[in-house]
Design a protein around this ligand. Structure first.
Ligand SMILES: Nc1ncnc2c1ncn2[C@@H]1O[C@H](COP(=O)(O)OP(=O)(O)OP(=O)(O)O)[C@@H](O)[C@H]1O
Length: 261
């Protein structure tokens, strides 16, 4: 394995019995920032949740730093729709193992504990990085990136704006000392000013050498951020584009939809 951090090979999955993505081949090299762009509802989040160990893959391979994270073989059909599949069949991938390996997924929609304060949430985050060095450096990067969180440190999560919650979510991901940080729609639903603030913070995370996989609907943000961009359509990767050959917004729209809107 040469320099690959994440390697997905012929990965397929979905919500049984509905297939959502199929035969996905995707790699992220050490130190790389990679983007995934495509229409809504075509399976990007389902793919990311599968890589994060939240959903069992149906077929294919997830390798992280050369180590296989999912069990070998093809997932058999579900025996009964009335039974909890997880109760009688071993999971094919464990979210706990994925996190311990350093693959950290910041979900879409800021799923945080609403009754906890910012400080409380940020203090439990480093437990995922037990025994690894670099926590204080990461804490200092987080303080630099999101000074607003210091001002809001005694506030409960439920009282934060959408942008502030997104900052907390990304901060939690960083404090877990990711070897790869996956961000799912980090700028979704934010005002233009906050979107810019978040985009700049994510560019600084890239500059701090944290490998990234980012899904976002803002294609200009993605193309300026990443070393490589994958286009994703109807559950499959349709193109892989290098930074040196990055198309314009209109060209990407034409590649995906046949014409720019
Ligand atoms: N928990 C679920 N159970 C069953 N189907 C689901 C579930 N979550 C999502 N889906 C379906 O899976 C398909 C892919 O959704 P997914 O959220 O992965 O797409 P997406 O490309 O990330 O879109 P978006 O950008 O809107 O989140 C959609 O048809 C969606 O309705």
């Amino acid at each position: 394995m040469t320099g690959e951090l994440l390697q997905l090979s012929s990965l397929s999955g979905g919500y049984p019995p509905v297939s959502v993505f199929r035969n996905v081949d995707l790699t992220i090299g050490k130190g790389e920032a990679v983007g995934l762009f495509g229409p809504n509802g075509h399976g990007k989040t389902t793919l990311l949740k599968t890589v994060a160990g939240l959903i069992d893959p149906w077929d294919g391979e997830i390798r992280f730093d050369g180590r296989r994270l999912n069990a070998e073989g093809v997932m058999a059909a579900r025996i009964s729709k009335h039974l909890n599949y997880d109760l009688f069949r071993r999971r094919r991938i464990q979210a706990r193992d994925v996190v311990r390996a350093g693959l950290i997924y910041v979900m879409q929609g800021n799923l945080l504990f609403p009754e906890m304060t910012v400080d409380e949430v940020l203090h439990i985050a480093p437990s995922a990085s037990r025994g690894r060095s670099g926590v204080s450096e990461m804490q200092s990067l987080v303080r630099d990136l999101f000074p607003r969180l210091r001002e809001r440190r005694h506030s409960k999560i439920r009282y934060l704006s959408g942008g502030e919650r997104q900052m907390v979510s990304i901060a939690v991901g960083l404090l877990a000392l990711p070897r790869l940080l996956i961000l799912d729609e980090p700028t979704l639903g934010l005002s233009p000013k906050l979107r810019l603030e978040l985009s700049e913070a994510i560019a600084r995370i890239r500059d701090a050498q944290v490998p990234l996989l980012v899904v976002d609907q803002n294609v200009e943000f993605l193309t300026s951020l990443v070393d490589r961009l994958y286009l994703f359509d109807h559950g499959s990767i349709t193109s892989e584009i290098d930074k040196a050959h990055m198309p314009s917004h209109d060209e990407i729209m034409t590649m995906l939809f046949g014409s720019a809107p």
